[in-house]
Design a protein around this ligand. Sequence first.
Ligand code: TUI
Length: 318
Amino acid sequence: MRTAICDLFGIEYPVIQGGMAWLGTAELASAVSNGGGLGIIGAGNAPPSWIREQIRATREWTSKPFALNIMLMTPFLEEVIQVVLEEGVSIVTTGGGNPGVYIPTFKEAGIKVMPVVSSVALAKRLERAGADALVAEGLESGGHIGETATMALLPQVVDSVTIPVVAAGGIGDGRGLAAALCLGAQGVQLGTRFVCAEECVAHPNFKRKVLEARDRSTVATGYATGHPVRCIENRLTRQFQALERGGASVEELELLGQGKLELAALNGDTEEGSVMAGQIAGLITDIKPAAAIIKEIVDQAESIIARLSNSYVGVRHG
Ligand code: TUI
């Protein structure tokens, strides 16, 4: 299964790992890249020295292409960009904002840029600014989200640009990959599914929360702050909702969220911490190596596509 995204990034399969803060480490990124997908180091709010170490470790553990995701709300933005340039990272994805002003810097250094967008307006603007590809991310995703669902957003973004588009949000298996291709995507990006990769450093409690999740286990909070975030429901999300209903200030709400992702992801406090995960968590029932996850997704998508094209021929001629 080769698409324009495979050719653009020099990867085998059009399967990309979401650039998750704290969880997109060298362990996971190198395992995904070694499995034929595109592994992504999630810079999140991490200090530049940590990011540099992760880039070097990833390079040690894989000779395949990998990317770095820059979370544009980080307090270290300028320094993170400097690390990307110094370390010769060849692919950058961005999230949580408009990376337009930074694209020329990346392009001059020969870096491929794939911003995550949640609207058609930003997709068009970033194509004009020189983006090589886009991730269209629906509100089913975990973490920081936009306002439109993948099923509606994806074909609209695809129709608004000429560069390749990758689908994200609500995709957990080969059915999701096949569906995304039907909607015009050239690949898929999965975060929640890769939380349950063996190589993901998430605390076992965090992985258990994903495995135990059902279809309605996630909630989006923080619309009042302008930065809504989807997490698995717990004491923290209920506290957030109570504060929001009480008309708490943006400062108060942001203070409650600070440090909570690390608390859940690494310390395993899944009640007071922020268990960011997408709506597809309910579909995920096992932990396996990243390479096996990728192979299963691609095999399943290929057999679905073969079956659909056979039955289509059957309907027309049979
Ligand atoms: O960035 C994400 N997902 C994330 S970032 C993150 S780290 C975090 N930690 C604590 C609190 C909040 C976040 C966790 N999950 N996804 C990509 C994404 N980007 N989704 C939506 C957007 C987005 C939003 C607004 C992209 C552009 C944008 O532009 C606004 C503008 O200026 O036009």
